[in-house]
Design a protein around this ligand. Structure first.
Ligand code: S3P
Ligand code: PEP
Length: 407
């Protein structure tokens, strides 16, 4: 598996704000991370290619005018503005058509409250950089995205008073991603207090330049594991970490609950697909980015599945609840929206064109179903380049050489 999107884009921001050069080893090189690198470069941060595919990042005084293309990347649109607020000059942000509808107001209002000069409430917007941010205490409702919290924390050490972020609202999604942010800040020598629930304090101070080692992307591994789960085959993901802050780590338990056998050895994580995949009732609030994979598995299981706790994924790359329900039903399945997720009752499926909605995880969900339902095609498999450089090549290689399904 290529590197983790979430770890790579955190490492790039921390490297850009650090007190010396950093090397990011085994970074993900895909649309989301290339956009982050390009955005930082346009602000004056130095990027060079290491001999082994690593990225050498040299911090520089950040300055506008600059134009940042966020594509459809939540990590770029939420992590880069808090850093760009430290620049001198104007920095304008825009992105793909659908990116303009993704929630942004919360973090832009927070930046204003912390002393930044921001024009606009969603993409496109402009930061009028003054070369510094006062910082301080800010209370936000981050129930629409954990990335609002992570974005503020990643740059907060460089604000004059640091930053204290308090969350007040419905439960926060994707907590492991906030834990990932806190863990990486501490690795970079930043003092973070996360002892109180829903409150994070980042002390002002230097961010240390260092060597970052990026883990394989475990969320992107799940379609490959799912391939074994739905065909009764076997797939091994090399380099699966024994401990991780990636929410994809929870995929092990999920697959086991659906009837798969999962083992972690020196060779990696191996999944053996069951005779019969069973449906589950599962709260994916912490691992919401796994919803499309779980929904695809659910459509092929032997009993109903209820996915809860993911209301906020209506604001992901597309409205994922609506998209999954529409596409599963298009194939003759039975899926219904609930307030905070969806219910899927397996039915015999037929071949149709599965729409990806420019969403990498919708595309991979269609690929999973296409392994066992004749005649399924995905309209835009190219959308997978958001976080995987060559999904079609990896999928073909897996099917040709590594998987011996029994169905
Ligand atoms: O911080 C991160 O790297 C991410 C946080 C999560 O966002 P939400 O909290 O908006 O779900 C996750 O879904 C996204 O894929 C990556
Ligand atoms: C929600 C996701 O992405 P983003 O980082 O664009 O929010 C995702 O990858 O599932």
């Amino acid at each position: 598996m290529p590197g983790s999107k979430s770890i790579t884009n955190r490492a790039l921001v921390l490297a850009a704000l650090a007190d010396r050069a950093s090397t990011v080893h085994a970074p993900l090189r895909s649309r989301d991370t290339n956009l982050m690198a390009a955005g930082l470069q346009s602000l004056g941060v130095g990027f060079a290619d290491g001999p082994d595919g690593s990225w050498l990042v040299t911090p520089g005084a950040m300055r506008g005018p600059a134009q940042v293309d966020c594509g459809l990347a939540g990590t770029v649109m939420r992590f880069l503005p808090p850093a760009a607020a430290l620049a001198v000059g104007d920095v304008t942000f825009d992105g793909d058509p659908h990116a303009r509808t993704r929630p942004m107001t919360t973090i832009l209002d927070a930046l204003r409250a912390l002393g930044a000069d921001v024009e606009g409430g969603s993409l496109p917007f402009t930061l009028h950089g003054k070369g510094g941010v006062a910082g301080g205490v800010v209370t936000i409702d981050a129930s629409a995205s954990s990335q609002f919290v992570s974005g503020l924390l990643l740059s907060g050490a460089r604000y004059e008073s640091g930053v204290t972020v308090r969350h007040d609202g419905k439960p926060l999604p994707s907590m492991p991603h906030i834990e990932m942010t806190v863990a990486m800040l501490r690795e970079a020598g930043v003092v973070v207090d996360d002892a109180s629930p829903n409150e994070w304090r980042v002390e002002p101070g230097a961010i240390t330049g260092r060597d970052w080692h990026v883990e394989p992307d475990l969320s992107n591994a799940t379609p490959f594991l799912a391939a074994a789960a739905v065909t009764g085959g076997e797939v091994t993901i090399p380099g699966w970490p024994a401990r991780t802050t990636q929410p994809g780590g929870a995929a092990r338990d999920l697959f086991e609950r659906m009837g798969c056998a999962v083992t972690l050895t020196d060779a990696g994580l191996t999944l053996s697909g069951p005779e019969k995949l069973v449906g589950v009732d599962v709260d994916l609030k912490d691992e919401s980015e796994l919803t499309p994979t779980v929904a695809a598995l659910a459509a092929l299981a032997t009993g109903p599945t209820r996915i809860r706790g993911v209301a906020h994924i209506r604001g992901h790359e597309t409205d994922r609840i609506a998209a999954l329900v529409t596409e599963i039903n298009r194939l003759g399945g039975q899926a219904e929206e609930t307030d905070d997720g969806l219910v899927i009752t397996p039915r015999p499926l037929r071949g149709e064109v599965w729409q990806a909605y420019a969403d990498h995880r919708m595309a991979t969900a269609g690929a999973i179903i296409g392994l066992v339902v004749e005649g399924v095609s995905v309209d835009d498999i190219g959308s997978t380049t958001k976080t995987i450089p060559d999904f079609p090549g990896m999928w073909t290689t897996m099917l040709g050489t590594s998987m011996h399904g029994t169905r």
